[in-house]
Ligand binder design. Structure first.
Ligand SMILES: Cc1ncc(COP(=O)(O)O)c(C=O)c1O
Length: 316
């Protein structure tokens, strides 16, 4: 099987390439779940008439496995099913259907060191290419990709830029819908890749910070840790975990608006998300954040997060 090696978005190309090579070699043995079947990667396919391919009509979840258990499994399944309900995917899947499918994938791939699952559902196969949901013929298409995936951001600190591409406001598209159709985020990520940076901050239509292309964002000022309101950003499960956990570490945790003034004058900044965990930010738009190194608060928050993900996983 030929392996596609993506261009490195990181500063250290050698480590990135080595990880891509190592992971792709292991990934070749993984079995992908496609509508109830477990198939080798190169046999795992969906129809060219699938609504996900034709119109990005689908939803996803990323789940991490720690010590054979999945962190916040129930929350991920509930969010997935809520999204399917909002998009009126039919017939409906139950909590147990999704959990059973996940269990099947973990049982089939666990011994390979799989530590990340990508769960996707589209409206399914349609009778012809169109933006009409009534063209859909059967049930939704469900795919679960098992992965061996390192956290996507460098824990030694990442560099961001502010994208000129704004987030979609909730009156145009409710950002709680966890769709894989995120063209504006993709354009923002392309922009940051072009400048050799790790990701891009996206503002809402008022000019307040929403999130990056793939992660929520937190700011530290004194003993206060703050993040955007979940209006123009996803209400991430990691975000909710950090808001609940940081007061236990002695910090005040709040949701508020942040302009670029607040970004540049923060003591520390970090990103949150299942795929990248807690990622300290050391530079935005060429300006150092705080001392320009990973700050103490970010370290404390990250340590706390790694402790609870290892303690509070659920067996699927
Ligand atoms: C746009 C966006 N923001 C934030 C997140 C982080 O969400 P979570 O913490 O639930 O993984 C994701 C994850 O997929 C995302 O796609």
């Amino acid at each position: 099987m030929t392996t596609f090696v993506p261009k490195s978005p990181y500063q250290n190309n050698f480590i990135w390439l080595w990880n891509v090579y190592r992971n792709s070699m292991q990934d070749e043995s993984t079995l992908v779940y496609v509508n109830g079947q477990l198939l080798p990667r190169d046999k795992a396919t969906v129809s060219v008439y699938d609504a996900g391919f034709l119109s990005g009509d689908g939803i996803f979840e990323g789940l991490r496995i720690y010590n054979s258990k999945i962190f916040r499994l129930s929350e991920h399944i509930k969010r997935f099913l809520d999204n399917a309900r909002v998009l009126e995917f039919a017939p409906k899947y139950t909590f147990d259907d999704v959990r059973d499918a996940i269990r099947k994938v973990v049982e089939a791939n666990g011994h390979l060191g799989v530590n990340y699952l990508r769960l996707q559902m589209s409206r399914g196969v349609t009778k012809s290419p169109a933006m009409d949901p009534t063209y859909s013929l059967f049930s939704p298409t469900v795919v679960i990709y098992p992965e061996i995936k390192e956290p996507i951001y460098d824990k030694k600190g990442i560099r961001l830029m502010t994208s000129h591409i704004r987030r979609i406001p909730p009156d145009a598209l409710d950002q709680k819908i966890h769709t894989f159709n995120k063209m504006n985020s993709l354009l923002a990520k392309l922009e940051s890749n072009r400048y050799g940076l790790d990701d891009a901050i996206m503002l809402d239509k008022e000019g307040f910070v929403a999130e990056t292309s793939t992660a929520n964002i937190f700011f530290v000022k004194g003993d206060t840790i703050s993040t955007s309101f979940p209006n123009a950003c996803l209400n991430g499960i990691t975000r909710q975990t950090i808001l609940a956990e940081t007061p236990k570490l002695g910090y005040k945790a709040v949701e508020k608006n942040h302009s670029l003034f607040d970004v540049y004058t923060s003591d520390e900044i970090f990103l949150t998300g299942t795929v990248g965990e807690i990622a300290p930010v050391i530079e935005v738009d060429g300006r150092k954040i705080g001392s320009g190194t990973v700050g103490e608060v970010s370290k404390n928050v990250s340590n706390r997060y790694m402790k609870i993900v290892n303690e509070q996983g659920e067996v699927p």
